[in-house]
Design a protein around this ligand. Structure first.
Ligand code: NAD
Ligand code: UD1
Length: 338
């Protein structure tokens, strides 16, 4: 049997493909390459020393999806495909709702038609909104999202919960990622944003490699130890391994389960900057700038459920993630050359 990886050419998808191959799973990657390069899949093949099919297809193309399910013996789907830029989602809400929600509904319809009812879904800590106290636990209320991207995750979670209520044969794992950073230790795959990075780690890495002049730290007057925002940065390889554990669980337990994938520890912007400087040996110039609209002060996981139920926990440190990001960025200053 094979696992269909939608968005498998992307940042988290490519790292997850490697972990699945290493565990002896058969995979089929499906991607429309709107935010990825086929080179990432080539690199995964090279590191793993294994081949696998890569299908260029949009998750909103029902006939294209049907052909994939007819051709390959898919028994489960790990669903990464989606648009993820918060700012862009505010400007293009219809595109985000269509791609992320419309695409997921299309995929689910074809899965049901083909009798495949196991899914691991990429959700986000953003569904906790701004009013829960940290650390965030899976049983806290969700919603109150502040942008269409976050709202797509909140709605898709609800759709998947409803689906599991309607039909007990479905097995769905909702994985709420905290802040994925880092890269594979080979330095061959990593995060390759288009244009100016929205997120902290890729921005720091581009300053380090000389592509940007300096980092802008968005606010130093938050109620945190040094005044800068605090997040739960998780190494992407740890995150990828979490998918393997979630998949094993979903293959044996029916219904919808939710897991935070985070480290359980908060790290400030200035702490991450300092860890990166140590790991790379490069000084990063920075300037304090106004707060970014929509940001919350502190966000980190209660990661105990994943450890208890899935037997998974993050093992890599912030330093490891900075070292691995730097190796990737230094060797691939232009990403995959998109
Ligand atoms: P990414 O952009 O690198 O990967 C997403 C992949 O999906 C890309 O390869 C893109 O080409 C593909 N895709 C997008 N729309 C598609 C469509 N309609 N049909 C087929 N393929 C399509 O992003 P990522 O960081 O790897 O994130 C993967 C998933 O995890 C996304 O759903 C994202 O929202 C979610 N997530 C990411 C983060 C993060 O910080 N990176 C945090 C929380 C959740
Ligand atoms: C952001 C998104 C969130 C999404 C997540 C992963 C927003 C408001 N939130 O989360 O919905 O799920 O990315 O894609 O965009 N920072 C700087 N300078 C920068 C960039 C960031 O100081 O150039 C700070 C931020 O203010 C924040 C921290 O670094 O305190 C982390 O920011 P970022 O990497 O963008 O992640 P989130 O804001 O947690």
């Amino acid at each position: 049997m094979a696992i269909l990886i939608t968005g498998g050419a992307g940042y988290i998808g490519s790292h997850t493909c490697l972990e699945l191959l290493a565990a002896g799973e058969e995979i089929v990657v499906l991607d429309n390459f709107v935010n990825a390069s086929p080179v990432a899949c080539e690199r995964v093949r090279r590191i793993a020393g294994k081949d696998f099919p890569v299908v260029t297809c949009d998750i909103r193309d029902a006939n294209g999806l049907r052909r994939v399910f007819d051709r390959y013996p898919v028994d489960a789907v790990i669903h990464f495909a989606g648009l993820k830029a918060v700012g862009e989602s505010v400007k293009k809400p219809l595109e985000y709702y269509d791609n992320n929600i419309g695409g997921t509904v299309c995929l689910l319809n074809v899965m049901r038609e083909k009798g495949v009812k196991t899914m691991v879904f990429s959700s986000s800590a953003t569904v906790y909104g701004a009013s829960n106290p940290v650390p965030f636990r899976e049983d806290m209320p969700t919603g109150g999202t502040t942008n269409p991207y976050g709202t797509t995750k909140f709605f898709i979670e609800q759709i998947l919960k409803d689906l599991c209520v309607s039909d007990p044969e479905w097995s769905v794992s909702l994985l709420r990622y905290f802040n994925p950073i880092g890269a594979h230790e080979s330095g061959l795959i990593g995060e390759a944003p288009n244009g100016i990075p929205n997120n902290l780690m890729p921005y720091i890495a581009q300053v380090a490699v000389g592509k940007r002049e300096k980092l802008f730290v968005f606010g130093n007057d938050y109620p945190t130890s040094d005044g800068t925002g605090v997040r739960d940065y998780i190494h992407v390889v740890d995150l990828a391994k979490g998918h393997l554990s979630a998949l094993q669980r979903a293959r044996t337990v029916h219904g919808c389960e939710i897991f935070n994938l985070g480290t359980g520890k908060g790290v400030s912007v200035l702490e991450l900057l300092s860890a990166f400087q140590k790991a790379s040996g490069v000084q990063i110039p920075y300037e304090i700038a106004p707060r970014r609209t929509g940001d919350i002060a502190v966000c980190y996981a209660d990661a105990s459920k994943a450890e208890t139920v899935l037997g998974w926990k993050a093992e890599r440190s912030t330093f490891d993630a900075c070292r691995d990001t730097w190796r990737w960025q230094k060797n691939n200053p232009d990403g995959y050359g998109l």
